[in-house]
Every structure is written in structure tokens, then in C-alpha cells.
Ligand binder design. Structure first.
Ligand SMILES: Nc1ncnc2c1ncn2[C@@H]1O[C@H](COP(=O)(O)OP(=O)(O)OP(=O)(O)O)[C@@H](O)[C@H]1O
Ligand SMILES: [Mg+2]
Length: 438
């Protein structure tokens, strides 16, 4: 809480020019932070991972045989999002690499399968990490067999144990199947000097169900489950970071507790807790406040929820995006609920404008249910007397932010805000519901 006599808000400059505004922002930008605000970013690996001591030890125990030249077991790590899987493995890797007596025998390759999701790119990345010279690197365009045998030679030339960390391994399997995992899991029978250990990390607890039984049993030699964090654990994680990143006394009582409580309700996700704290600090800065208050956390939460909605809109299938766009247009024009007939007409008109063949009413009805399940719209049945019943649709997303997010898709870009005055007149005519400065 704010103590009496200590205002949380500093006087804002009355200047009206951009330069004066920037001066005022810079003046207050360091009120809250000690220095490096990257500490609150996801990519930062803190020196300590509270409440993951047990898992760090378990991972280290699995790797330990490599220190004596024995082959460690393959390992699968499971846990919901933001439970510290990537951070724990990165920390164990760092600890080993810091010690020259250990790192001589062990090489790590960490691959994020969200980006590298084909057998070729995976084997190429492994080979290129081991290539001692630029000339030994594996180019694109070789046959998969050649990449595989070159990678094996590079492994044998290096010797020791290669620990391959496949983060988000479920994405690799979803995109390319389990063929490359089969190849890798039997590589030790072909290697002469080197040994391979596979560490798979996944937040999809059921992903091994889709694996070939041999691959499943080879990967599953050791298994570690990361439980979600509870609210007091998240508080400890946040307090550690807050001490590093904020100046003394800028956090009101209750800020950390609130961030932790919200994130604990969202599956115990530490990433969410940190994002809330970071956004709350940004909200406080925007208000030129001298302290971060519980109110800033509330604002941060609603901003984060909006961001999630907008991200969800970006990933909809193309026709579903056009449909949502038509709903938003009609809703904005009417300033209230729209009937399904109107939505169909709007969707068909937009599809034609974009050169798309409109889908049948049945598919559109399915898409409407999908948008409702995602919480983007709400539909209620309304009676129209003798005209029967229809559905009235209400929008549950911020229109001013969702429309531009949809327009980012090149397919919908022609519907976007016009760049020139001529276009402005045309588009306003075409799209009378769109208001606001252009
Ligand atoms: N015990 C902890 N102490 C400090 N920070 C933590 C802890 N656990 C997680 N974090 C931080 O929370 C964020 C999310 O953690 P991490 O990326 O390891 O989660 P994850 O389990 O790999 O999630 P996902 O399944 O989504 O990949 C990171 O910024 C990480 O540094
Ligand atoms: Mg991760």
C-alpha cells in the first residue's frame, strides 16, 4: 500500500512537444530500475532457480556417467508450460561447460524444435556444431544419407559424449514424424569413438503415444516430471528477480503476491508471473509513477490477456480470419450484436473482394462455434417471432487492436487502413463502419 505523504506519481512535464515528452520519459525511466531490465525477460538465465534444486540434481545425475566415460541414459523431461524445463537444462549445461575438466569429454547441442523441425536441418545443425573448420560445415542441398554419415564422422572425430537437447521435441515429431529419432536413437551402434545421449523436453505429456514403440522405449530410459509452481513458490522466484532488477522500495506490498496468485491460477507458469511483473513495471513507468502498485498489476493482467487474444486471432485459419473480420466490421457498424445472416453476407462480400471462394453456410457455422469456443465471440439464440430463431453475435475482443492484427495477414491486408487520401475516401465509402483517424 502507498504510505501517506509519499506520492506514487511524480509531476508530469507540461510540455507539449515530442522532444519535451521524450525528456520527461527519460527523466523517469530510471526511477524504478537499477539498471539491466533484461533480467525480467524470458531469455535471461538467473544464477539460482528456486524450487528446482531437486530437478537440477536429477538431470545432473542422469548426465554423471558421461564424466567417467560411460554412456548416460536418454532422458525425457515433461511438464506444463513455464515450469522451468528449459531453464533447468540450460543451467546444468552451463555448470558443466564452466568446468574445463568436465567439458573436455562432453559436447552439448541444444536445438529448439519449434525452429528446427526437419530431419535435414536437425542433422545439419548437429554436424555444424561439431565442425572444427568452416570448410567442414554441412551445406544445404545434400542427400539426407550424406548429411547423416558426415554428421556421424564429425561426431567420431570429436569423440566423447554428445548430449543432444531437443527442446519442444513434440513439435519435431508433429512436423516430421519419428524417423529421425529412430535414426538417432540407434546411432550408438554405429559410432566408434563417440556416444550420443538424447534429452527430449516436452509440455505435451502424451506425445510419446505417437512414437514407434522402439523409439519410445529408447527415449524413455529416464523420465523427469516438472510439477507446476504454486503461488508461494512463484513469489520466491519473483522476489529473487525483483531484488536484482528494481531499486529498493519501489515495489508496493502485494505486487509480488498478486503477480504470483494470477500466474498460479494459470497453470503455475513462471513465465506468466515474470511477464506480469515486467508489464506492471512498464505500466508504472507510463504513469510516471515512483512506485509499482497493485493497480499496475491489474492493468498488466488485462493487457496480457489482450495480447493473448490477439495472438490467438493471428493463428486462425484464413477463412476463419475473414469471418471474424466480417463480424468485427458489422459489430462496429451497428455498435452492438449482429445476427448470423448479416455475418454470412458480410463474410461472403469480403471473400469476394479478396478473390476467395466463400465457404458454405455449414462450414461457417462450424467456424462460428470455433470462435465461440476460443472466447472471441459469444452467440445467443434470439427469437424472431414467426421468422423463427437465429443467433445474435457479440464480440469479446478489443476491435481496435484485433482488426489491425488480422490485417497483418497478407491475405487480409487489402482490407486494411489505406495509406493515401484517395484510398481513404474509397475505403470509407466501401467500409462505412470504420471510424477514427487515418
Ligand atoms: N525456478 C525458477 N527460478 C527462476 N526463474 C524461473 C524458474 N523456473 C522458470 N523460471 C523462468 O520462467 C521462464 C519460463 O521458464 P522455462 O522457459 O524454463 O519454462 P519451460 O518449462 O521450458 O516452458 P515451455 O514448456 O513453455 O517451454 C524463464 O524465463 C525462466 O527463467
Ligand atoms: Mg521450454
Amino acid at each position: 500500500m502507498t504510505s501517506p505523504g509519499s506520492p506514487t506519481t511524480a509531476p508530469v512535464g507540461t510540455g507539449s512537444t515530442a522532444s519535451e515528452l521524450f525528456d520527461s520519459v527519460l527523466r523517469y525511466s530510471n526511477e524504478l530500475f537499477r539498471g539491466n531490465r533484461e533480467i525480467l525477460r524470458e531469455s535471461y538465465i538467473p544464477a539460482r532457480l528456486p524450487h528446482r534444486e531437486h530437478q537440477i540434481r536429477q538431470v545432473a545425475e542422469v548426465f554423471a556417467p558421461a564424466l567417467k566415460g560411460d554412456i548416460p541414459s536418454n532422458l525425457l523431461i515433461y511438464g506444463k508450460i513455464g515450469t522451468g524445463k528449459t531453464a533447468v537444462v540450460a543451467q546444468v549445461r552451463q555448470d558443466i561447460q564452466r568446468r574445463s575438466d568436465l567439458s573436455a569429454h562432453i559436447t552439448f547441442v541444444t536445438v529448439n524444435c519449434g525452429n528446427i523441425d526437419t530431419p535435414y536441418s536437425l542433422l545439419q545443425t548437429m554436424g555444424n556444431t561439431l565442425a572444427p573448420r568452416e570448410a567442414d560445415r554441412i551445406p544445404t542441398g545434400w542427400s539426407l544419407d550424406r548429411v547423416q554419415s558426415t554428421m556421424r564422422q564429425l561426431m567420431d572425430a570429436r569423440g566423447g559424449t554428445l548430449i543432444l537437447i531437443l527442446d519442444e521435441i513434440d513439435r519435431l515429431v508433429a512436423k516430421s514424424g519419428d524417423g529421425v529419432l529412430y535414426t538417432l536413437s540407434q546411432l550408438n551402434t554405429e559410432l566408434e569413438e563417440a556416444r550420443l545421449v538424447i534429452v527430449g523436453i516436452s509440455n505435451d505429456l502424451k506425445f510419446t503415444n505417437n512414437l514407434d514403440a522402439r523409439v519410445r522405449s529408447r527415449l524413455n530410459e529416464e523420465k523427469i516430471l516438472f510439477p507446476p509452481y504454486d503461488a508461494p513458490q512463484l513469489q520466491d522466484i519473483l522476489r529473487d528477480r525483483a531484488k536484482e532488477v528494481f531499486k529498493d522500495g519501489v515495489l508496493d506490498a502485494g505486487v509480488i503476491e498478486r503477480c504470483a496468485a494470477y500466474a498460479a491460477l494459470e497453470n503455475g507458469d513462471a513465465r506468466r508471473a515474470l511477464a506480469l511483473l515486467r508489464l506492471a513495471a512498464e505500466m508504472a513507468e507510463r504513469d510516471r509513477a515512483k512506485r509499482i502498485t497493485a493497480d499496475h498489476v491489474v492493468k498488466a493482467k488485462s493487457r496480457l490477456e489482450q495480447d493473448i487474444i490477439i495472438e490467438c486471432c493471428r493463428t486462425l485459419p484464413p477463412h476463419c480470419k475473414v469471418l471474424l473480420y466480417a463480424i468485427l466490421q458489422a459489430y462496429e457498424r451497428r455498435r452492438g450484436g449482429v445476427l448470423t445472416g448479416e455475418v454470412y453476407d458480410g463474410y461472403a462480400r469480403l471473400s469476394q473482394r479478396l478473390g476467395l471462394q466463400p465457404l458454405h453456410a455449414r462450414s461457417i457455422s462450424n467456424y462460428l462455434s470455433e470462435l465461440e469456443n476460443l472466447g472471441l465471440i459469444r452467440a445467443t439464440i434470439v427469437s424472431r417471432g414467426r421468422g423463427g430463431r437465429t443467433r445474435e453475435i457479440v464480440v469479446d475482443v478489443p476491435i481496435s487492436e484485433t482488426m489491425p492484427a488480422l490485417e497483418e495477414d497478407p491475405l487480409l491486408a487489402p482490407l486494411g487502413r489505406p495509406k493515401s487520401l484517395n484510398q481513404t475516401i474509397l475505403t470509407n465509402f466501401d467500409n462505412p463502419g470504420r471510424t477514427g483517424p487515418y
